[in-house]
Design a protein around this ligand. Structure first.
Ligand code: IMP
Ligand code: MG
Length: 172
């Protein structure tokens, strides 16, 4: 992999995160939230997003992995780390970096619903509609992107590039 080109700039991301944070704060006004960040990819987005969310919330994490290499999804999802507290009766907001095929999110939503939360919504920074295999509702979406493999702002290629302040794609 060679040079990384900017797809979504740092400023564009910051503006979108502020917009999403304001919307979430308005929608959940008067309620308490459990924000569940999906590791590792969401850690940068989540840390910026929660600082724009004004309603009281607790933060928890899950780590999921799909069998297969980094670009092809096998559809089998494994929970590598689970949340630390029950979510029964709580309002849950799942924060993800990208919904690609949708298989990870579909599995996750089915799993979380068995735990009887009051509500579950999804916030994803990115979505790649061209790659959708299963439709999952994204209540709060940052950007739809073309069918390119992207890195930065938490997203990796072989664990690298997560620290880039923008979302970029690899030029070969
Ligand atoms: P899905 O189950 O196919 O929707 O895949 C979701 C996961 O695959 C995301 O949480 C990412 O970790 C990873 N992923 C999908 N597309 C990309 C990409 O373009 N760059 C980096 N990671 C990606
Ligand atoms: Mg991920």
């Amino acid at each position: 992999m060679g040079k990384v080109s900017v797809l979504i700039s740092e400023n564009e991301i910051a503006a979108k995160v502020a917009e999403l944070g304001a919307k979430i704060s308005k929608d959940y006004d008067g309620r308490e939230l459990v924000v569940i960040g999906i590791l590792k990819g969401s850690f940068v987005f989540l840390s910026d997003l929660v600082r724009q969310v004004t309603v009281p919330h607790v933060i928890d994490f899950m780590r999921l992995s799909s069998y297969g290499d980094s670009t092809e999804h096998s559809g089998v999802v494994q929970i590598l780390l689970d949340i630390s507290k029950p979510i029964e009766g709580r309002h849950v907001l799942v924060v993800e970096d990208i919904v690609d095929t949708g298989l990870t999110m579909k599995y996750l939503l089915e799993n979380l619903r068995t735990r009887r939360p009051s509500s579950v919504k999804v916030c994803s920074l990115l979505q790649k509609p061209a790659r959708t295999k299963v439709e999952v509702p994204i209540d709060y979406l940052g950007f739809t992107i073309p069918d390119k493999f992207v890195v930065g702002y938490g997203l990796d290629w072989e664990e690298k590039y997560r620290n880039l302040p923008f979302v970029g794609y690899m030029e070969n």
